[in-house]
Write a protein that binds this ligand. Structure first.
Ligand SMILES: Nc1ncnc2c1ncn2[C@@H]1O[C@H](COP(=O)(O)OP(=O)(O)OP(=O)(O)O)[C@@H](O)[C@H]1O
Ligand SMILES: [Mg+2]
Length: 208
């Protein structure tokens, strides 16, 4: 089973790396519904893309920091994108190695909650992630940047949509997650790209 999932994520990683007409470099994994597998998708996709030779940056934009712990890093005060998003320092300084070759991360921690409030007051507040990622893109250090979004359509997720050439919108088999996806598609039409459907059935579907 693990082997099958590994092959599946490798397929997706290869897809992102080889789409012919657009070179996808920034991908947001988002759904306003919680617990639908965004982080699992982002972490596995990142690890598999690295395993097949891509240089990957996983950008944990969720204050829950599950992608950060998912690649084995402790939550560390001051390690998140909080300050660069407010214009202090650069995201390049925040990039950390992981145990996986070619996979690096911009970690998160709870202070990112504050960014939602701070950014909402500033000019061009939906373009802050995009602007902060520019030096990272220009450094040419990565083939793919995967952004793990929080479960909301708040300032952080909308920033991720603005930064992403493609928004990978994770859908589970549950109707509520699919309807949340429709709302995401409304706010992010040009970058709408549903990437997968979970095989996890609802209790009703499972006959529970
Ligand atoms: N394809 C899958 N099949 C079964 N369980 C899964 C699958 N993908 C993820 N899960 C499980 O679902 C739970 C939620 O996953 P995950 O944390 O990735 O969701 P999330 O959308 O990032 O949550 P949040 O909105 O809180 O950030 C985890 O326990 C994870 O192991
Ligand atoms: Mg998550």
């Amino acid at each position: 089973m693990v082997h099958a999932w590994f092959r599946f994520y490798c397929f997706l990683a290869a897809f992102f790396a080889k789409v012919s007409d657009v070179q996808i470099r920034v991908v947001a994994v988002a759904n306003q519904k919680g617990g639908v597998g965004k982080t699992t998708t982002a972490v596995n996709l990142a690890a598999c893309a690295a395993a097949v030779g891509r240089r990957v940056l996983l950008f944990d934009l969720d204050p829950q920091a599950n992608a950060t712990s998912g690649v084995g890093l402790e939550k560390t005060e001051g390690a998140s994108a909080y300050r660069p998003l407010l214009g202090e320092g650069t995201l390049l300084e925040k990039i950390k190695d992981t145990a996986f070759e070619r996979l690096q991360i911009i970690p998160s921690e709870v202070d990112l909650c504050g960014v939602e409030i701070e950014l909402a007051r500033s000019e061009n507040h939906l373009l802050k992630v995009s602007a902060a990622l520019q030096p990272v893109l220009e450094s040419n250090r990565f083939d793919i940047i995967l952004i793990d979004c929080p479960p909301s359509l708040g300032v952080l997720t909308l920033n991720a949509f603005s930064a992403a050439e493609r928004s990978g919108l994770r859908v589970s088999a549950r109707l509520s997650a699919a309807s949340a996806l429709e709302k995401c598609a409304v706010v992010s039409p040009p970058t709408y790209l549903p990437i997968m459907c979970s095989m996890r059935p609802t209790p009703a579907q499972a006959g529970a």
